[in-house]
Write a protein that binds this ligand. Structure first.
Ligand code: PHE
Length: 495
C-alpha cells in the first residue's frame, strides 16, 4: 500500500506552519520580549532559533521524510531499540492536546458570547473568566464538579478535531488551507485597529525598547530556548509525522527554514497587535503598562477581552479576536493528534484512519474532563509546566543524541544535503553531537534545580507529584521499549 501524500508542498508547509503558529506566538512571545529587555530579547531568540530551533526542525523533517514513518517507527528504523524516543514524543504531545483542547473550549465560549456590544465581561473581566467561564474552585485540592458548559464546549472542540483528522492528510490538507492563513489575515485587521488607537505607541515602545544589560542574565537565554522549542512544535513527533507524507526528495532544509522564519515573523507581528492594544488600555484607564502586560490565559481571557470591551465596535473586534484564537489553536491541536495517529497507523495498518481517530479523540476527550472541572485551570497549569519543562526537553535531548551519535550526524547531513538546495557544512555535525545536547542538558539541570528550590507556583507536593508521575511514566515506558527490541513489521531496507 502506498503512503498517503500531501496534495502539494505548499499544503505541507501550511500544515507545518499551522502547527507551529499557535497560542504561544500571541500570548507568550510578546510578553517574553516585553519582560526580557524588549528588542534586546530578539538577540537570544534568534540565536536560539538558528543554533537549536532550525537544526532540530530540520532533523525532524528529515527523519520523517527519509523513513516515511511517524515518530515511533522512524526511531525504530534508526535503531531497533530507539522506539522509546518516538513513544516519549507522542506521549508528550498527547498530554498537551488533552489540555490544549480545554483552552480551545474556553475560546469557543468567549467567541459565542462576543456577538453583542454589551460584552458580558466588560465590567470585570477577571471575575468573568474565573467565576463565570471557569467557575474556579478554591484550590487544586478542591475539584468541585464538572463544569457542564465547558464540558459541552470541549465536546464540540473534539468533534471539530475528529472531522479534521479522520481522513489523515487528505482531510487535514483541506482544513489547514483555511486555518493557517485565516488567523494571519485576522491579525492584520487587529493590527490596523491596534496601531490606530490612542496609546499604541506607548505600548509598542514598552514591547520593543531594548535594554541590552539584560543579555548578561542567563534567564533570558533559557527563556529564549524554551520558547523556540515550544513555538516550533519540536519534540512532539508532529513534524516527523507531517514530513513522512512528503516525497523522499523534498527540500528538507528549505522547508525547515521557511517554517521557522514564517513562525517567528508572525510572533514578532503579533507583538505589535498585543502591545498596541495594551498601550491603549493602559492609557485609557490611566495605569502603567506593567499592570496590563500579562502572558498566557491572563492575557487572552482577562486583559485582552477587557481592552476589546473599551473599543468602539467592541463586539465585532471580540468576535475577530476569538476566531483568531480558535483558528490559531486548532491546527496546533490537531497536529498533535495527527502525530499519534500516524504512528498508530504505521503500527496497525489494518485499522482505518477513521477508527484510529475515533479512539484517540475519544480517549483525549475523556481524559480532558479533568481540565473542565472547577479545578481544571490548576491541573492544566501543573501538567503544562512538567511537560514543557521536562517532557519536551528530554525528548529533544535524546533525539539529537541518537541522530548525532547512533544514526550519525554526518549521514543525516548527507541525506539533508542530497535533497536540499543549500548545503549544510560540518558545523552541523558539531551542533548535533555536542552543542545542542550540552545546552539541553544545562536547561534540564537548571529547571531541576529551580524545581527543588521552590514548589512550582506554590502548589502542594501531592499535586506536583502528578506532574512528576507523567514524566516518570514517559521515561519508564520509553525504557521498557528500549529493552523490548523486536518489531517485525519494520523493514530494514528503509534505513
Ligand atoms: N507551537 C504552538 C504554539 O506556539 C504550540 C504547540 C506546541 C502546538 C506543541 C502543538 C504542539 O502555540
Amino acid at each position: 500500500m502506498s503512503r498517503d501524500r500531501w496534495s502539494s508542498r505548499y499544503i505541507f508547509l501550511f500544515a507545518a506552519i499551522g502547527s507551529a503558529v499557535g497560542l504561544g506566538n500571541v500570548w507568550k512571545f510578546p510578553y517574553l520580549a516585553y519582560k526580557y529587555g524588549g528588542g534586546a530579547f530578539l538577540i537570544p531568540y534568534f540565536i536560539a532559533l538558528i543554533v537549536i530551533g532550525i537544526p532540530l526542525l530540520t532533523i525532524e523533517f528529515a527523519l520523517g521524510q527519509k523513513m516515511q514513518s511517524g515518530a515511533f517507527d522512524s526511531f525504530v528504523k534508526v535503531h531497533k531499540r530507539a522506539g522509546g524516543i518516538g513513544f516519549a514524543a507522542i506521549f508528550a504531545g498527547f498530554i498537551v492536546v488533552v489540555y490544549y483542547a480545554a483552552v480551545m473550549a474556553w475560546s469557543l465560549l468567549y467567541f459565542m458570547r462576543s456577538f453583542t456590544n454589551d460584552l458580558p465581561w466588560a465590567a470585570d473581566s477577571g471575575d468573568y473568566f474565573f467565576n463565570n467561564i471557569l467557575k474556579i474552585s478554591s484550590g487544586v485540592g478542591d475539584i468541585g464538579g464538572v463544569n457542564w458548559v465547558l464540558f459541552i464546549a470541549l465536546f464540540f472542540v473534539w468533534v471539530m478535531i475528529y472531522f479534521t483528522i479522520w481522513k489523515g492528510v487528505k482531510s487535514v490538507g483541506k482544513v489547514v488551507a483555511i486555518t493557517m492563513p485565516l488567523p494571519i489575515i485576522l491579525l492584520v485587521i487587529l493590527f490596523i485597529r491596534g496601531i490606530t488607537l490612542d496609546g499604541a505607541g506607548y505600548g509598542i515602545s514598552a514591547y520593543l525598547t531594548p535594554d541590552f544589560n539584560i543579555l548578561l542574565d542567563t534567564d533570558i537565554w533559557l527563556a529564549a530556548i524554551s520558547q523556540i522549542f515550544f513555538t516550533l512544535s519540536i519534540g512532539f513527533g508532529i513534524m516527523i509525522a507531517y514530513a513522512s507524507y512528503n516525497k523522499k526528495d523534498q527540500n528538507v532544509l528549505g522547508d525547515a527554514v521557511i517554517t521557522a522564519v514564517v513562525n517567528s515573523a508572525i510572533s514578532l507581528f503579533a507583538g505589535f497587535v498585543v502591545f498596541s492594544v495594551l498601550g491603549y488600555m493602559a492609557t485609557s484607564t490611566s495605569v502603567d503598562i506593567s499592570e496590563v502586560a500579562k502572558s498566557g490565559p491572563g492575557l487572552a481571557f482577562v486583559v485582552f477581552p477587557k481592552a476589546l470591551s473599551l473599543m468602539p465596535w467592541a463586539g465585532f473586534f471580540s468576535v475577530l479576536f476569538f476566531i483568531t484564537l480558535l483558528t490559531l489553536g486548532i491546527d496546533s491541536a490537531f497536529s498533535l493528534v495527527e502525530a499519534v495517529n500516524t504512528s498508530m497507523k504505521d503500527r496497525f495498518p489494518k485499522l482505518t484512519l477513521a477508527k484510529i481517530s475515533f479512539y484517540t479523540c475519544t480517549l483525549a476527550f475523556l481524559l480532558g474532563i479533568l481540565f473542565v472541572t472547577n479545578a481544571g485551570l490548576y491541573y492544566l497549569d501543573i501538567v503544562d509546566h512538567f511537560i514543557t519543562y521536562y517532557g519536551l526537553v528530554i525528548v529533544g535531548l535524546f533525539e539529537v543524541i541518537i541522530i548525532g551519535w547512533v544514526y550519525k550526524a554526518k549521514r543525516m547531513r548527507e541525506f539533508i544535503n542530497s535533497v536540499s538546495k543549500f548545503k549544510l557544512g560540518v558545523w552541523f555535525d558539531i551542533l548535533l553531537k555536542f552543542i545542542i545536547p550540552i545546552i539541553l542538558l544545562l536547561i534540564l539541570a537548571d529547571n531541576l534545580v529551580n524545581e527543588f528550590e521552590t514548589n512550582y507556583e506554590g502548589y502542594p507536593d501531592w499535586a506536583l507529584r502528578i506532574g512528576w508521575g507523567l514524566i516518570v511514566f514517559q521515561i519508564v515506558v520509553a525504557l521498557f521499549l528500549v529493552l523490548r527490541k523486536k518489531y517485525d513489521n519494520v523493514s530494514d531496507t528503509d534505513q
